[in-house]
Structures are given as structure tokens and as C-alpha cells.
Design a binder for this molecule. Sequence first.
Ligand SMILES: Cc1cc2nc3c(=O)[nH]c(=O)nc-3n(C[C@H](O)[C@H](O)[C@H](O)COP(=O)(O)OP(=O)(O)OC[C@H]3O[C@@H](n4cnc5c(N)ncnc54)[C@H](O)[C@@H]3O)c2cc1C
Length: 285
Amino acid sequence: MPRSVVPALDDILDIPQPVLDQGFVTVIDYMGDDAAVPAAARLSYQKGTRKVSTDKGLIDYLMRHRHTSPFEMCEIKLHIRLPIFVARQWIRHRMANVNEMSGRYSELPREFYIPEPEHIAEQSASNKQGRGQPLSAGDQERFRARMTDAGHAAFDLYDEMLEANVARELSRVVLPLSTYTEMFWKIDLHNLLHFLALRMDSHAQYEIRAYADVIGDIVSRWVPDVWDAFARYRRNAVLLSAPAMDAVRAVLAKGAEDAPAALEAELEARGLSKREIREVMEKLV
Ligand SMILES: Cc1cc2nc3c(=O)[nH]c(=O)nc-3n(C[C@H](O)[C@H](O)[C@H](O)COP(=O)(O)OP(=O)(O)OC[C@H]3O[C@@H](n4cnc5c(N)ncnc54)[C@H](O)[C@@H]3O)c2cc1C
């Protein structure tokens, strides 16, 4: 998108951006912008930056060469409402600051995630961590209804325990992983891009990907030049193993007519697993 038409981050400051059925991401505060990244790099390179004259060119160079510390000069603080099972994946990203609502201190509101019908799908046959074909419309609706009933039954017991003055910290353990929680999350731009590279990827679970996509939109408003460099040199770039590169070179050297089949054979000859071959083929063909 041309820089002049990129929507401004300030337009959505303090405005919740909806995610899933009851979640959101709200930008609370941020520090730095596209200019802060080359400014930091110029301090470290001094006269060495003369070769890269524009800020955009320098951002591209830094991204391409994994010179990451200038990106750490920008920070953002988000308020996020998300189901507990998404928060469990999220919290694995340690290079961030978190403050989460306390189910020991407060009563948790009756808010739990019910997937849209099209996201209720079979276990994937090829990916042990993923979803495959969608269920029939009838089964999707049946399980949505059952999930809703189960969520309400859990909250009914929670309320009953609270009414009997059972401690909040214990009553909450009957609630499902789909229960919504909230947190403040503060992270620098380098680690945020690392999070987005992992969680916008098709291998990430749909629900955390939905949040990552919304945060991606936020980053594109915040630092459009960095976002553009991230798309070109990280997110849509591929990392090939040494044997995979050897195979590509061998096929190109042969000038084979049936390049895809020849490439697959070369990869197999170099001992790559079926899965790795599939991944390489998906990237190259
Ligand atoms: C698709 C997918 C599937 C996953 N499946 C599983 C799973 O089945 N089981 C599971 O347990 N996890 C799983 N994870 C979580 C994954 O293993 C990482 O914990 C998570 O992605 C966070 O990545 P990170 O450690 O790079 O990020 P951060 O914690 O933010 O760390 C950023 C970087 O800082 C450095 N760093 C931070 N802390 C340390 C430390 N203590 N020691 C050394 N270096 C450090 C590392 O270089 C790290 O890459 C999965 C993640 C994804 C994206």
C-alpha cells in the first residue's frame, strides 16, 4: 500500500479491534515509529550508513541482515481479551511484559469462546497439530450447541460455588479453557515481529492466528516501512536447508524439463524426510 494511504495507528488508539466471537485487541500506548529504527542504526554505524542513504533502504538492509537491535527501540502496549487456551500459547513468548486479570481476586464474567461453524473441523491426517476437512453442517451446529451447553453448565457450577462462599481461586478451576481472560501485553518491535512470524504462519492454530492477523494490521499502521520489509525479507521469504539448496542447484544445472519431479527426487536422494520435502515443494513449486 502506498505510504500516503496507510491508515494511521492513532485512528484506532483505545478502540477495541474485535477478534473471534468476544475477544479484542486494543492499542493502549506505543513508543517510536519507522524513523526510530534507522535513527538507532545510524548511531551504531555512524559513517558506515552512507552507502544506504534512505531510511527505507536502511530498514530493508537491517531486516535482510537480521540486525535486530534497532527494531527494539520501538515498543507497543496492547490490551487483549482472549480465551485461556489462546493465552497459554501466547504466554510462551517470553520476551514481553504481561499483566493478566486475576481469577483469584475477581469473579470471571460468563464469557467463553464458541467457534464459528466453519472452524469446527476434523483432525488433520497430515498435521498432528492441525485441522483438516470441516465437519458436516449438521455436526458443526450440534457441537456448537453442545459446547455452549457445556460452557453454561461449568459457569452454573462456578456461580453455585461462589454463592456457597467457596474461594474464587478454587471455584474457577471448574471453568473451561475457552473462558475469556484479559491481559496487558507490552513488547518491543523486534520480538513482536518474531511473534507474528510464528503466529501468523499457517501452522499456528487458527484462533491465535486470528489475533496475530489483527496485530499485523496494527503494526502495518504503526510502522509501514518496517512492515513492508518484514513481509519481503521475513514473512514471505523462505529459509532453505543446505541439502535443499544443493538439490535446487542440481536440478537447475541439469535444466530438467520436468523440474518439480526432478527436484523431489533430488531432495529424496539427499535424505530429506517426506514432510520436509513437502514443505520445500510447497515453497518452490
Ligand atoms: C506452530 C507452533 C507450535 C508449537 N507447538 C508447541 C508444542 O507442542 N509444545 C510446546 O511446548 N511449545 C510449542 N510451541 C511454542 C514454541 O516452542 C515457543 O515456545 C514459542 O513459539 C515462543 O517462541 P520463542 O521462545 O522463540 O519466543 P520468546 O520466548 O519470545 O523468545 C524470543 C527469543 O529469545 C530467546 N530466549 C528467550 N528466552 C530464552 C531462554 N530462557 N533461553 C534461551 N533463549 C531464550 C530465544 O532466542 C527466543 O527465540 C509452538 C509454537 C508454534 C509457533
